[in-house]
Design a protein around this ligand. Structure first.
Ligand code: P53
Length: 478
């Protein structure tokens, strides 16, 4: 008997985030967000968090790929590829320019109405992240970001506004993008983008991080609960960066170490999915003497706001070793992180591991029995248009098809419930970690460069035609 394929209603699509594509950073009544004061860097050159928009710095997100003005053209191309869904985020500071207002900015709301209408016109389902590495800058200057409990109220107000406004246009939502990135509190960029807090400037960075997280867990749960009241058909998920950590060897110390290290991933999904803090984290707080301020009623909020599905990004795996020298790289962020000798890496050092995707889907599904949604996966590379003018990105096709093949195994052979697959940066956009244009992920090339040049013209890469075939065959033709 012929083996069954992917489900017929599988959500094929692609993903971006508002600040990495939209540009128009000061148009339509938008207030400055935290990424608007984040300069562009490069591989090995950190982005700088500046105190305001300062001369002498290049801010790649200000213009980005000007999706704000090109979205109709871009969506037509996504439709041509056969997209069933499109993941993007809502820029909080378009809706509440400072973040603590009571009345939203109508122009900002109208922009997303128009964007969602355009998607729906083409039969493309919007998949919306409420918070993707940005928040109004004012909330950082005035309140210190998510350290402050007030942020819960501001975020819930913002979320309620958009959940109500778009209740008939958007069914799939996620609360915080890669909420677990800030677990790596040593990296200023991750804490800053997740929460507006630079942890290593705090007296106790790790304790501060857990306090911030508590505020976000409570905010997320409140939003999930409220969303289900607004429209019971909503599917509201969490979103975690799934970088599985393998034991470097079969030495029991390495295996135990990897299990402990994986808690730095699971804590987030444990709270979002099960609605309570796991014992291992309460024990850790006790051991370290951390006091996390909680309000009466918080535990109930967490219990009542369990997510419907788990959104995850998957780019790479890492290995950890118990008896290591020094700490891991900023990227892996884990003490004991070491290169895996069995894997090759991208030009940015991200280790390529398709089997790790099947492994990740299985450990998450076995742990929670909840539907999963791969909302990011992809290959950042230097793309150069060839003589014909088309980018021949066979390396990207190779990466994606190997990952899709493993994803299919997880669904077809292992029985994992998977809602869809939205590769990252389906249209070229500004890189998050480096702020560059040159680190590209798209099926659609954008003529925009780090020296500021470029016409913003769009063109199809080789992978565009390939992905069109993948979607058309529901993943049969890779
Ligand atoms: P860039 C680390 C590990 C896995 C995913 O990243 C990550 C990161 C960095 O935080 O982030 C996601 O553009 C993120 C996107 C980002 C994408 O990966 O640095 O959700 O915003 O653009 C790719 O190559």
């Amino acid at each position: 008997m012929k083996q069954q394929g992917l489900p017929k209603d599988f959500l094929w699509g692609g993903a971006v985030a508002a600040h990495q594509v939209e540009g128009a950073w000061d148009q339509g009544g938008k207030g400055p967000s935290i990424v608007d004061v984040l300069s562009s860097g490069a591989h090995g050159v950190d982005r700088v968090i500046t105190d305001g928009i300062l001369p002498g710095y290049h801010y790649g997100n200000h213009e980005a790929v000007d999706f704000y003005h090109h979205y109709k053209q871009d969506i037509a191309l996504l439709a041509e590829m056969g997209f069933k869904c499109f993941r993007t985020s809502i820029a909080w500071s378009r809706i509440f320019p400072k973040g603590d207002e009571l009345v939203p900015n109508e122009q900002g709301l109208q922009f997303y109405d128009d964007l969602f209408d355009e998607l729906l016109k083409h039969g493309i389902e919007p998949v919306i992240t409420l918070s993707h590495f940005e928040m109004p800058w004012h909330l950082v200057k005035e309140y210190g970001g998510w350290k402050h409990r007030k942020l819960v109220e501001f975020f819930v107000r913002f979320s309620e506004t958009v959940l109500r406004r778009y209740q008939h246009k958007v069914k799939y939502w996620m609360t915080f993008n890669e909420i677990n990135n800030q677990r790596n509190w040593r990296s200023p960029l991750f804490g800053y983008c997740c929460s507006g807090v630079i942890y290593n400037q705090e007296p106790n960075p790790e304790e501060c991080m857990y306090q911030v997280l508590h505020h976000q867990f409570v905010a997320s749960a409140q939003v999930v609960k409220l969303g289900h009241e607004i429209n019971p058909a909503f599917q509201i998920g969490c979103m975690i960066a799934m970088v599985p950590l393998y034991p470097y060897s079969c030495h029991p110390d390495d295996v135990m170490y990897a299990q402990e290290a994986m808690r730095e991933r699971f804590l987030f999904s444990d709270v979002h999915v099960r609605g309570a803090y796991p014992n291992y984290i309460r024990k850790e707080w006790q051991r370290k003497g951390y006091q996390i301020a909680m309000e009466p009623g918080d535990e109930q909020i967490l219990r009542e706001g369990c997510v419907d599905y788990i959104g995850l990004s998957y780019y790479m795996s890492n290995a950890v070793r118990a008896h290591h020298q020094g700490s891991g790289t900023a990227l892996s962020g884990f003490e004991g992180g070491v290169p895996n000798p069995h894997l090759k890496a991208s030009d940015w050092g991200w280790q390529i591991d398709p089997v790790g995707l099947r492994y990740s889907l299985n450990i998450l599904y076995e742990r929670y029995n909840k539907p999963l949604f791969i909302v990011e996966n992809g290959f950042g590379a230097l793309d150069k248009p060839g003589e014909s003018g088309e980018v021949q990105d066979d390396y990207r096709i190779e990466y994606l098809s190997a990952h899709i093949a493993q994803m299919k195994k997880a669904v077809i052979e292992d029985g994992v419930e998977l809602m869809g697959y939205t590769p990252w940066g389906c249209i070229d956009c500004v890189s998050f970690t480096t702020g560059e244009y040159r680190k590209r992920y798209g099926f659609i090339y954008v003529d925009k460069h780090d020296d500021g040049s470029g016409s913003q013209a769009r063109s199809k890469k080789q992978s565009f035609h390939w992905y069109q075939g993948v979607i058309k065959s529901n993943g049969e033709t890779l």
